[in-house]
Ligand binder design. Structure first.
Ligand SMILES: [Zn+2]
Length: 61
C-alpha cells in the first residue's frame, strides 16, 4: 500500500505528490515539501482547516 497526497489537492498550483508506505511517512514527506517549497509554518500545517483538506486529499494506492 502506498499513500499519496497531491500538493495541488490542498489548494496550491503545484505538481508535487508526496508518497509513503505509511500515512506517517507520507505526511513527513508532505510536511517537508510544503515547508521547503511553500514556506508553510507548523501553525499553518496544524490549522484544523488545513488538516481537513489534507485528510480529504490523501489517496491509497
Ligand atoms: Zn507543493
Amino acid at each position: 500500500m502506498t499513500y499519496t497526497l497531491a500538493c495541488k489537492d490542498t489548494g496550491t498550483d503545484c505538481p508535487y505528490v508526496a508518497r509513503g508506505e505509511t500515512k506517517e511517512e507520507m505526511m513527513e514527506d508532505a510536511v517537508k515539501h510544503v515547508k521547503e517549497t511553500h514556506g508553510y509554518t507548523d501553525e499553518q500545517i496544524n490549522d484544523p482547516k488545513m488538516q481537513e483538506k489534507v485528510k480529504a486529499a490523501i489517496k491509497e494506492e
